[in-house]
Write a protein that binds this ligand. Structure first.
Ligand code: NAD
Length: 481
């Protein structure tokens, strides 16, 4: 059992304001694995006050980006020292398979911090240009201020890193609000922050539910909200921020398409990548390529190969080394996914493999990896984000139609193109209306380039130097001639 009784606020462990706690239940065993304080609005007030002091009075925003990057690097190293414990905690919390967790949950997070630490030295923080009257103007990127980072449960440390990295290099203190499903791993982050000597108030962590989260978003001491989560909540947070003219970045849901072109050679490696692109982290990834578009010429062949590959996946306890597909993060999440299985069947889609709960796993929130064939893009399973191990194969006639189907979605986060001709694949990719498209690979993002969504997948970008800019305000200092 991991029991935490205090919150990390203002650089130290403090007693929570309330007495409520949240219990965390293992997704694989349904047993209680830990407990921590359930943050209240009073805890948020205290965290915002600590962050404001660090910003308004502290040396943090006036240090150089490279000085702050050194602190960020130390934070990354401290997290690396705890990597296996963090990975196992996240696997227990949300069902992320152990095989994937260490890299996908933890090292991906520390690599993001390392990337931002490097970018701090490369980013153009200011430039001097000619003014109108023979004078010059210093155009600088000032820190945006105190940031609220709202974190979902699917890749909690990684998403926290996407917010911590740019906030820290720009000089913005942050209050992170982890999700009630995955609060435990955030206590390792707090311990790492103490070990790394992060100055008081620069990072504050208050795990809490939505009401306390909303209090954080609305708090007058917050200058920017960086939210990752569902489109429905993102729309609401966008409205609140709009009403208060607060800066916000919204990383939301997706319904990405993998376009398999007629010349694709689906050998075992590429097939494995295609399955991975849809089912990584049990399909609980915003960029999951859950619509697989295949031409009529190759439809039966690809459906059968995908069905075989998905049927062979080992489903089991997330902490078992051999598990490829773990349980869903919560019982309500399994109910939701089962609702989509029913919706697919009743709309006339054909179940190729899976379709229910694994018979040999009576405990844990498991759903079999499920492949639907004969799916039409208008069906609910093709339009809505399922967030589980469920893929749909949609037939197309000709490349233009494939691109049309890929773009016929409310979302626009990721995508992929599978082909024997990568340069043609890149041309097809450029016609897909999403923030990221991979050619012949399961990568849904690259740390050196911007990540984020078109349409209802969000507003703003994270990663790459472009990921720093939303944490800045442009300031022109007009100098005398
Ligand atoms: P969610 O929207 O229910 O919750 C996300 C976070 O917001 C949680 O911490 C939650 O407590 C908090 N929250 C909820 N209502 C709030 C409110 N009114 N004010 C402030 N905070 C509030 O999402 P989830 O179920 O935790 O996560 C899954 C979703 O996240 C999926 O839709 C997925 O696509 C999306 N996601 C997107 C990305 C991306 O980068 N685009 C990455 C990962 C996950």
């Amino acid at each position: 059992m991991q029991i935490y009784k205090e919150l990390y606020i203002g650089g130290e462990w403090v007693q929570p304001a309330g007495t409520q706690t949240m219990q965390v239940v293992s997704a694989s065993t349904e047993e209680v694995i830990g407990e921590c304080p359930d943050g209240t609005p009073a805890d948020i007030d205290r965290a915002v006050a600590a962050a404001r002091a660090a910003f308004d009075d502290g040396p943090w925003p006036t240090m150089t980006p490279v000085e702050r990057a050194a602190v960020l690097s130390r934070l990354s190293q401290a997290l690396q020292g705890k990597a296996q414990d963090i990975a196992d905690t996240i696997s227990a919390e949300n069902g992320s398979p152990k095989q994937w967790s260490l890299m996908g949950q933890v090292f991906s997070a520390t690599m993001v911090l390392d990337t931002y630490a490097r970018l701090a030295g490369e980013y153009q923080w200011e430039d001097t240009r000619a003014g109108m009257m023979g004078n010059s103007v210093l155009v600088r990127k000032a820190p945006v201020g105190v940031v609220a980072g709202i974190i979902p449960w699917n890749v909690p440390l990684f998403i926290a890193a996407l917010k911590l990295g740019p906030a820290m290099v720009t000089g913005c203190p942050i209050i992170l609000k982890p999700s009630p499903e995955t609060p435990l791993d955030s206590f390792f982050l707090a311990e790492a922050a103490i070990e790394a000597g992060v100055p008081a108030g620069v990072i504050n962590i208050v795990p809490a539910g939505r009401e306390t989260g909303e209090h954080l978003v609305r708090h007058p001491g917050i200058d920017k909200v960086s939210f990752t989560g569902s489109t429905a909540v993102g729309q609401h947070i966008g409205e609140v921020c709009g009403g208060q003219l607060k800066r916000c970045t919204l990383e939301l849901g997706g319904k990405s398409a993998a376009i398999v072109l007629d010349d694709a050679v689906l050998d075992d490696h590429l097939l494995g990548e295609l399955v991975q692109s849809g089912l990584m982290n049990n399909g609980q990834v915003c960029g999951a390529q859950t619509r697989i578009l295949v031409s009529r010429n190759r439809y039966d062949e690809v459906v059968s190969a995908l069905g075989d590959a998905m049927g062979a996946l080992k489903v089991g306890d997330a902490l078992d080394d051999s598990t490829q597909i773990g349980p869903l993060a919560a019982s309500r999440q399994r109910d939701r996914v089962e609702g989509y299985l029913e919706a697919g069947r009743s709309a006339g889609a054909r179940v190729v493999v899976g379709g229910g709960r694994p018979k040999d796993l009576p405990k844990g929130w498991f759903v079999e990896p499920t492949l639907f064939a004969d799916v039409d893009n208008s069906m609910k399973i093709a339009r809505e984000e399922i967030f589980g191990p469920v893929l749909s194969v949609i037939p197309y006639e000709g490349e233009d139609q494939a691109i049309k189907i890929a773009n016929d979605s409310d979302y626009g986060l990721c995508g992929s193109v599978w082909t024997a001709d990568p340069s043609h694949g890149a041309q097809v990719a450029a016609r897909v209306r999403t923030g990221v498209v991979a050619v012949n690979g399961s990568m849904i993002l690259d740390f050196n380039s911007p990540f984020g969504g078109f349409k209802k997948s969000g507003i703003g970008r994270e990663l790459g130097p472009e990921g720093i800019t939303p944490y800045t305000e442009l300031q022109s200092i007009i100098l005398p001639a």
